[in-house]
Design a protein around this ligand. Structure first.
Ligand SMILES: C[S@@+](CC[C@H](N)C(=O)[O-])C[C@H]1O[C@@H](n2cnc3c(N)ncnc32)[C@H](O)[C@@H]1O
Length: 228
């Protein structure tokens, strides 16, 4: 029998606690993207999750190593938090340790990498979306994590927004593999994953002839130093 899903799903009540952002929980559903970054930049995310995380962790300096259209930079500007941004499209390879000498100490990194080759950003071989294999993608992601960790203060956090996707019928569970890659870099999850509901994805307007369970979210994983 077909299950009829309600159009509106009630989110479970969250326990009250001393959080400075009580509305931030493991499900993030912002229909609008806010006045941050550019909606025209492919694979771009809205700014509200970043804003909630910054208000929660209250960092003094932020690093955004894969800035794209600058959503994180714009949120930081609004909150008056200094932010260092880089992107391969400006010839800045976040996997290159030499770039980090000038960064200085940061206590929060916002990483929004390509979801491997779901969207190919350019043909620069250093771009994570140009990685020829999944292993090569994670080898480079680990370099970026290592570099970020090198400038991270002792109690600093690294947040990564990433989602799984299917390529020619093979599902790529990128968030799960990211947790494993981060563990190899001496990073553990600082709290629950945050399921970010994706509104207005290009794929939501397409019709496919194949059969699959559509994914409607990506995941934000926040890491801190420490073993599992
Ligand atoms: C998902 S997009 C980020 C979008 C961004 N959140 C925004 O506000 O528009 C991923 C970005 O990672 C960048 N990138 C890929 N490999 C990189 C590398 N090795 N170093 C720096 N940036 C890289 C791409 O150029 C792209 O802009």
């Amino acid at each position: 029998m077909k299950t009829v899903l309600p159009k509106f799903i009630e989110v479970p009540a969250a326990p009250r606690n001393a959080s400075p952002v009580p509305e931030l929980n493991s499900i993030h559903a912002a229909r609008r993207r806010g006045p941050y970054g550019s909606p025209k930049y492919r694979g771009n995310c809205g700014g509200y999750l970043i804003r909630d995380l910054l208000c929660y962790y209250q960092p003094k300096r932020v690093l955004d190593p894969m800035t794209g259209s600058g959503t994180c930079r714009d949120v930081c500007r609004e909150l008056s938090i200094p932010c260092v941004s880089m992107d391969i499209r400006f010839d800045q390879d976040a996997a290159d340790p030499n770039l980090y000498g000038a960064v200085g100490p940061i206590d929060f990194a916002w990483m929004h990498p390509p979801y491997w080759r779901q969207i190919v950003y350019n043909d620069d071989p250093r771009c994570l979306s140009a990685a020829p294999t999944l292993e090569a993608f994670f080898a480079r992601l680990r370099l970026v994590l290592r570099n970020c960790q090198g400038v991270l203060t002792r109690r600093g956090k690294i947040a990564i927004l990433i989602g799984g996707y299917s390529e020619r019928g093979v599902f790529q569970p990128l968030p799960h593999l990211t947790v494993a890659a981060a563990a190899k870099e001496g990073l553990r999850m600082a709290g629950t994953e945050i399921i970010r509901l994706q509104y207005g994805n290009t794929s939501s307007r397409r019709v496919y002839r194949s059969t699959f369970i559509p994914g409607l979210h990506d995941q934000c994983l926040v890491f801190e130093r420490g073993s599992l």
